[in-house]
Design a protein around this ligand. Sequence first.
Ligand SMILES: [Zn+2]
Length: 106
Amino acid sequence: MFSGDFEFVPLDPADKEEPTTDIPAGTRLYLHPDDWYHPNGNDPTYFRYVIVSVAHTDTATATETSVWIVGHELKCTSPDTENHTPCVEIRVKRDAITRSIRAATK
Ligand SMILES: [Zn+2]
């Protein structure tokens, strides 16, 4: 009989659409209220437009469904200033990121 290290891994239909892992700086995210949240806050969420500075897609902090996004509001007046601490730090659903990137590249 065939045996050994080989392990059959069935194709998962859910894997057809790879989650977006490449989120470059400068990516613009248009977020619906339920696309993002802050784990430490109970504030109501709202529509917002965010420009990505850093997307923490590393496995230590990212999950299958959301990643930490650090960046700036679109209306931020000093997004390029080194001394300006990014004014946005939220968790964003991957679905929303993928949607925003696809919308931008159409
Ligand atoms: Zn800012």
